[in-house]
Design a protein around this ligand. Sequence first.
Ligand code: MV4
Length: 446
Amino acid sequence: MFDKVLIANRGEIALRIQRACKELGVATVAVHSTADADAMHVRLADESVCIGAAPAKDSYLNIPQIVAACEITGADAVHPGYGFLAENARFAEILEEHDITFIGPSAEHVRLMGNKIEAKDTARKLGIPVVPGSDGPVTDLKQAKRLAREIGYPVLVKAAAGGGGRGMKVAPTETELEVAISTARSESKAAFGDDTLYLEKYLMKPRHIEVQVLADGLGNAIHLGERDCSLQRRHQKLWEEAPSPALNQSERETIGATVAKAMQDLRYRGVGTVEFLYEGGEFFFIEMNTRLQVEHTVTEMITGLDLVIEQIRIAAGAPLSLRQEDIRFNGHAIECRINAENARTFRPSPGTITHFHTPGGLGVRVDSGAYAGYTIPPYYDSLIAKLIVHARTRNECLMRLKRALGEFVVDGVETTIPLFISLIGEPDIVDGNYDIHWLEKHLAEG
Ligand code: MV4
């Protein structure tokens, strides 16, 4: 096991990782920007190092500073959390060159999944069902038209370097294809410095369902069920739940087994998430995330596993201690992302939290780095707390969530809490009857 782990992140996830380290008896190093000197992740760590100015590019994305912080403190591993450097293959390589363990998959797997065309090609070869599409890059308009006719309109033009929805354009018919391609190309070039595009059949009303995997790189891989992340706005997830209200037991087991087998064959190492669109009773692979995700908590609640502890053990070279048949799924969990934002406009609301009271009681978990008197800096994302509720059934979970949201006090800044309180009363939410467009439609009709 490691002696000391440096956590290259901030906020609730930095605390989440510290907790796992403490339970493993591993010392922790926090890094922080000048804007985060008073942050909880700095206060609770064994040691801390200021790595630069407030903008993320000067601190949390500053690789030389992070490597220097490892050398100064003698950290033998780095946990990247999510966002920032979590899916930066070059960062993983640089750490290895300095004999520091990157707590995550191999740099090759991070790089492979970062290219969405290669990721999809890999998934297909591994027997994972993928969205019908171009099976490679779009070269010219003539080829694109031929491919799109085969696929069938509407088609979606996607960026190979993309993800998170950037550089995506729908072409409802052939008339719109040329403009969709040229717009996607320039957006992709500007955002990623790469204008490689591919085509897919555009699915109109899918759900976003993702499968959590855990693998040791030695050929052992298991799945930890799925999460339904369909409730989102502008590619920002707001509500995630496990299990998905849309799946039956047989669908769940089939997709889980397919993904676990694929990750075994890939010799994948670490935690990972295989993302699908689900429509008409079918799964279609879109992307794979090679990091710990914000919403890993709902999987933890229904499996009783600590994903971060498992992740650290695997990075330290331990084989998986669990077999698929050891995993028991228990009850239902929902996560609400409490952001410092206006609940209707989603305009960020940085500022000082004057009162902060978190809910508690059976089945209620709050992951947060916020406290009364804390000033939310304007430089980073607006997540201030994750409220995760667990109960035996989805109905009980909704009742508990309503109770917990009612207890939550955050004064001084606006939050997304009122949105969640209103969602609990919506028949479609109670029935689990929603797709990836439901929330934006609901807000527009508001
Ligand atoms: C799609 C799609 C419909 N059809 N692909 C958006 C981000 C990227 N991860 C994949 N995305 C989508 N890909 C096909 N072939 C619709 C989306 C999409 C979406 C996906 C998941 C969660 C929220 C979304 C919101 C809008 C569009």
